[in-house]
Ligand binder design. Structure first.
Ligand SMILES: Nc1ncnc2c1ncn2[C@@H]1O[C@H](COP(=O)(O)OP(=O)(O)O)[C@@H](O)[C@H]1O
Ligand SMILES: [Mg+2]
Length: 249
């Protein structure tokens, strides 16, 4: 059974000038699959992600995660935005364990996992740092470690590296590849960057704008584990050309 199952999902934002943001989206995501939603600004990527997160309600259609209909946010669906919303007065450790702590989970039940997530996101040496003492990339790592500590089965990422400089973005993409390789979490990754989609995803859904539709589904024929080296490879460039062509249509 698919982990995320979306059937004929439609979203219209009501108002004087109603916006038909998503038009009959069908999407099946397997357990442990890494998918990218790729498309130009305004095509409905964030809307689709927010529906899966339970922040927005669909206008029509069906949306299930792990077989359950979605009508609200939940800890099994962790969300990472472009800017990690960290508490500035809490240090890295306190930010990362905030969720389980506030939920009343006993300390012994989350400490080991939080330690492990800080380790795989390269933050172990920064536990006592405050957010203001960290770079943008480091703050995003904290945001990722925090969601991973929740133990979410599905990771929803909305252009998480979009605000970072090119070099840091590459480092973060590499980090995410290695985190995924370790945890094999289901990931829905929103981006408008073709390179990023090819590098990270098993499957790319190219979206077209107004109203947002899934134009094409592309299985990325590049084996894992992957590294940044593949960006210069022939398969990569071939695929990039193909996607560019489709996005121009
Ligand atoms: N809360 C909202 N109310 C009204 N319109 C919205 C709202 N959120 C997004 N939209 C509109 O829906 C369309 C899709 O937006 P969005 O999902 O943010 O696209 P993307 O993330 O691909 O840039 C856009 O035309 C946008 O202006
Ligand atoms: Mg968006």
């Amino acid at each position: 059974m698919s982990n995320i199952s979306i059937t004929q999902l439609d979203k219209t934002y009501p108002g004087v000038t109603a916006v038909h943001a998503l038009d009959r989206i069908d999407l099946q995501v397997e357990q442990g699959e890494f998918i990218a939603l790729l498309g130009p600004s305004g095509c409905g990527k964030s809307t689709l992600l927010n529906l899966i997160a339970g922040f927005e309600a669909p206008s029509a259609g069906e949306l299930r995660v792990g077989g359950q209909p979605i009508d609200r946010p939940g800890p099994e669906r962790g969300v990472v935005f472009q800017e990690a919303a960290l508490f500035p007065w809490l240090n890295v450790w306190e930010n990362v364990v905030f969720g389980p702590k506030i939920a009343g989970v006993p300390k012994r039940d989350y400490t080991a996992r939080a330690e492990e997530m800080l380790e795989i996101t390269g933050l172990s040496a920064f536990k006592r740092h405050l957010p203001v003492q960290l770079s943008g990339g480091m703050r995003q790592r904290v945001g990722i470690a925090r969601v991973l500590t929740l133990g979410s089965k599905v990771l929803l990422m909305d252009e998480p590296f979009g605000a970072l400089d090119a070099q840091t973005r590459l480092t973060m993409q590499e980090l995410l590849l290695s985190v995924w390789q370790t945890l094999r979490t289901t990931v829905v990754f929103v981006t408008h960057d073709i390179d990023e989609a090819i590098l990270l995803a098993d499957t790319i859904y190219v979206m077209s704008a107004r109203p947002g539709r899934i134009a094409t589904r592309i299985a990325v024929p590049i084996e894992r584990p992957r590294s940044l080296d593949l960006i210069t490879g022939e398969v990569f460039n071939e695929l990039k050309r193909e996607i560019l062509k489709q996005m121009r249509h």
